[in-house]
Design a protein around this ligand. Structure first.
Ligand code: DGL
Length: 283
């Protein structure tokens, strides 16, 4: 038994790295759908179909639990798969499989509230004194998931999403840090202009961006807190395993890396981030 971790490409490794550190004895299979990356500019139905195919591949590789280490897939596909596909798959196979995303844990970290929390009816005096900027893909920004779900829970937090079209693709293609900085600075400035001031906190709402988190930190006013999505996801998974001991996570510390793209070693950016070369097998 193993924990599956899925992303369109290398971005999910940022979450995977934290999960591996948190559950060192667990077995993991990581799947990058690099043949179809990036997802962020694709239509919703395509994102649902690609995510379903990736999750199925991980179920077939022996994972009963899959973490979508991808905001785009979590925002667009997760609920659909949980409601319309998983129940049938469980019936047909008799396996108690499940899929979790990372937006719920990120919103819990941003609001400081459990997901189940229901805000009392809105007060007359709404003062938004905490502004969160979310850097994400076009599909995630269009879904407005961060705006909607945070507003349901905390009326004092204003959320502004900044769609960074093409940035995940640049990271996937190992762009230079200089080129990446130019694009990131442009988006940080655009966000600031839209809000009318700098955000108080930021979410790197695309897991690829975490690979260059230092460039985002540089582009934002010094000390702007970044809400840490990998930590939030690992915390949520820990709570999930405590509630669901029926999901064995394996205990041999096995690590497999699969890609639907070109097998072999990953880019320099990824290697620098990971601290060692990672070799992917063909999915
Ligand atoms: N890393 C993914 C995310 O968190 C997807 C990026 C993409 O494929 O466009 O949104």
């Amino acid at each position: 038994m193993a924990i599956g971790v899925f992303d369109s490409g290398v971005g999910g490794l940022t979450v995977h790295r934290t999960l591996v550190a948190r559950f060192p004895r667990a077995d993991f299979v990581y799947l990058a759908d690099q043949a179809n990356a990036p997802y962020g500019g694709r239509a919703g139905e395509e994102i649902v179909d690609l995510t379903r195919a990736g999750v199925l591949r991980l179920f077939e590789a022996g994972c009963d639990l899959v973490v979508l280490a991808c905001n785009t897939a979590s925002a667009i596909a997760l609920r659909r798969l949980q409601q319309t596909w998983l129940p049938g798959y469980r019936r047909e196979t008799g396996r108690q499989v499940n899929v979790l995303g990372l937006i719920v844990p990120t919103i819990e970290a941003a609001t400081g509230l459990p997901w189940e929390y229901e805000a009392p009816t809105q007060s007359d005096r709404i003062e938004m004194n905490d502004v969160i900027g979310v850097f994400c893909t076009v599909a995630t920004a269009d879904s407005r998931v961060y705006e909607i779900e945070i507003a349901k829970r905390r009326e004092d937090i204003a959320v502004f999403s900044e769609a960074c079209s093409g940035l995940a693709g640049m990271i996937e293609e190992d762009a230079s840090r200089e080129d990446l900085m130019g694009v990131i600075q442009g988006h940080a400035d655009a966000l600031r202009a839209r809000i009318g001031r700098a955000p108080d906190r930021a979410i790197l709402g695309c897991t690829h961006y975490e690979i260059v988190a230092d460039l985002f930190a540089e582009a934002l006013p010094p000390g702007t807190p970044l809400i840490n999505q990998p930590d939030a996801t690992a915390d949520a998974l820990e709570r999930y395993f405590a509630r669901h001991p029926e999901y064995p996570m394996g205990e041999s510390g096995a690590r497999r890396f699969l890609t639907t793209g070109k097998a072999g070693q990953q880019s320099g950016l990824v290697e620098t981030f990971w601290g060692a070369p990672i070799t992917f097998e063909a999915a």
